[in-house]
Design a protein around this ligand. Structure first.
Ligand code: ZN
Length: 264
């Protein structure tokens, strides 16, 4: 990004923050972030990261826009129903900020492609997926490639956020072990979801990314932020690395990605 772009009026308000200073915008502009998912969480994550001027953003999603997505997936509009989510999202994101290089991939983040994608070299990966299998896969790929990760999850009126620095702070598996048996825990498609829950969680995830890139503030490391929007309560729970964690513990059993670990 050219130097003049770093002082573009679109960045004026954030550049006023002491945490940005002279170099903050250059840090964001020199960074590369991978966002897995362009749905409920991906919408706010992508909108705010593109608006903030992250230099290069890759995002991926294999799905097409469904009418039932629209109450929460605010990147997609009624005329987008039936379009690939990545096409719909790319159209809005490139209009929002043409200074950002955006790479949209109509593909699922999978056991087969995860490590190859992460070998492209990302500063941060953002989990904007749904489904436990996907969340464990993104976590394990982040840990195995030593890529910082920002996790987020939503269900009903509730949400949670946590950041992970592999081998330095608790990972998703340290907290949750392994994916629950299929059908044992309800999904948003079964239990329902308020549209604003992914908006809150995704905005917090984008904030964690910005703090991580700026190296400012206190990240949600070894801390799980949990919120119940129905009663208006947000708490931050201290969590710890599990020395017997199968992926980041002292004797990890997971040293590569194999389908059996994700109920795929
Ligand atoms: Zn772990």
């Amino acid at each position: 990004m050219r130097k003049s772009h770093l002082a573009a009026p679109r960045y004026e308000r954030q550049n006023l923050l002491p945490e940005f200073g002279d170099r903050g915008q250059a840090r964001l502009s020199g960074s590369r972030v991978l966002v897995v998912g362009a749905g409920g969480l991906g919408s706010p994550v992508l909108l705010y990261l593109v608006a903030a001027g992250i230099g290069r953003i890759t995002f991926m999603d294999p799905d097409v826009v469904d009418e039932s997505n629209l109450h929460r997936q605010i990147l997609h509009l009624t005329p987008d129903i039936g379009r690939p989510k990545v096409d719909s999202a790319l159209e809005k994101l490139s209009r929002l900020n043409p200074l950002v290089a955006i790479d949209a991939r109509n593909d699922r983040f999978s056991v087969e492609n995860a490590m190859h994608i992460l070998s492209e070299g990302y500063d941060i990966i953002v989990d904007a997926t749904d489904g436990f299998e996907n969340k464990f896969l993104v976590n394990d790929a982040a840990v195995l490639s030593n890529t910082p990760l920002v996790c987020g999850g939503v269900l009903g009126w509730e949400g949670q956020v946590m950041s992970v620095l592999p081998a330095r702070s608790a990972c998703y598996r340290c907290l949750f072990g392994s994916p629950p048996a299929p059908g044992s825990v309800p999904t948003p498609a079964q239990a329902g979801l308020i549209g604003t829950a992914p908006a809150v969680v995704g905005s917090l995830q984008a904030t964690e990314v910005i703090k991580l890139l700026l190296k400012k503030g206190r990240l949600l490391l070894d801390r799980l932020m949990v919120m119940d929007l129905l009663v208006g309560e947000i708490r931050t729970i201290e969590v710890h690395r599990d020395t017997s964690c199968p992926v980041c513990g002292e004797a990890p059993k997971i040293t590569s990605l194999v389908k059996e670990n994700y109920n795929h």
